[in-house]
Design a protein around this ligand. Structure first.
Ligand code: MG
Ligand code: ZN
Length: 212
């Protein structure tokens, strides 16, 4: 893909409000990464930061994006907050713990976004994936070229926002991934990969990183 193609919207796709308000000259590609089941082991409404463990080799993939100067943006549905199972303070402590675990492995994420809502409890919101609200905020705050960015997660709803931008999505199945999500992702033209390291290798066009 040439630089010229990258900074223009995908033909036939209208730009979203955030894309329209972002300076083309500054736009850069990023990776939008799901958190639970993709970067950290999914423990269903995790509360205690001490229980956080990274998915094996996930830090290698994050480091590969860091070396390639592709910002890594975490985008996470956290309906446990709406359900009263954890607080915003718990979430902030988790975020700090994840940053520490990555730092121990010489990797980092550039920013974290989360949706604290659940439609049954707090009503409809624009941020809960597959909504694009969190992505729209990130695009403005980080001057993102969304069409050239990568969407990675273990659920179809992590990837569906890529459709609004004409971007690539990678499904990395976890134990929580349903067969319907796999079928749905393939039907939508997303790529199925074995690990986050595989997704990074494909996204960056580099040989598979060694699993060490
Ligand atoms: Mg997930
Ligand atoms: Zn929300």
């Amino acid at each position: 893909m040439t630089a010229e193609e990258r900074i223009h919207p995908v033909p036939g796709l209208p730009e979203t409000p955030a894309q329209k308000r972002t300076s083309r000259a500054l736009r850069r590609r990023v990776v939008f990464l799901d958190r639970d089941g993709t970067l950290i082991v999914d423990k269903n409404y995790l509360k205690d930061p001490a229980q956080i463990t990274l998915v094996p080799h996930a830090a290698n993939a994050v480091r590969a994006f860091n070396y390639a100067l592709v910002p890594v943006i975490i985008v996470s549905n956290q309906s446990g907050i709406a359900r009263g199972l954890l607080t915003e303070q718990d979430y902030s402590a988790q975020r700090a713990r994840i940053d520490d675990l990555l730092e121990e492995r010489s990797a980092f994420v550039d920013d974290h976004y989360h949706c604290p809502h659940h439609p049954d409890i707090t009503g409809p919101c624009e941020c809960r994936k597959p909504g694009i609200g969190m992505f729209e905020r990130a695009i403005l705050e980080h001057q993102i070229d969304a069409a050239a960015s990568f969407f990675i997660g273990d659920k179809l709803r992590d990837l569906l926002p890529a459709k609004a931008y004409g971007a690539r999505g990678f499904l990395v199945p976890s134990p929580e991934t349903s067969p319907e999500d796999v079928q749905g992702a393939l039907a939508e033209g997303f790529e199925l990969v074995a690990s986050l390291a595989d997704a990074a290798a494909k996204a960056l066009g580099i040989p598979h990183a060694t699993e060490s």
